[in-house]
Design a protein. Structure first.
Length: 85
């Protein structure tokens, strides 16, 4: 019998403001962002809800990274709107 599959990751999509910031990031910042993006793709509920919106705000204090994102209804997609390093 084959092993049970792990949790399915959501597909992360970055919109223009996040992409613009990403193009200006250093290699170290990109590496830290990669870890945060993997974290929210595995568990989109990590971030806290932004009151009055459909957005979530995830801050990784250790890596100094902040992502503001929206998770689509069935969680196949996570749309990153804002990136801060």
């Amino acid at each position: 019998m084959s092993p049970e599959p792990g949790a399915r990751r959501s597909r992360v999509i970055m919109v223009e403001p996040a992409l613009t910031r990403l193009t200006k990031a250093t290699a170290s910042e990109t590496h830290r962002l990669d870890r945060a993006i993997v974290a929210i793709s595995v568990n989109p509920a990590l971030g806290t809800e932004v009151p009055g919106t459909l957005l979530r705000d995830y801050t990784d204090e250790i890596d100094g990274v902040r992502l503001v994102y929206h998770v689509t209804a069935l969680q196949p997609n996570t749309i990153v709107a804002y990136v801060e390093t």
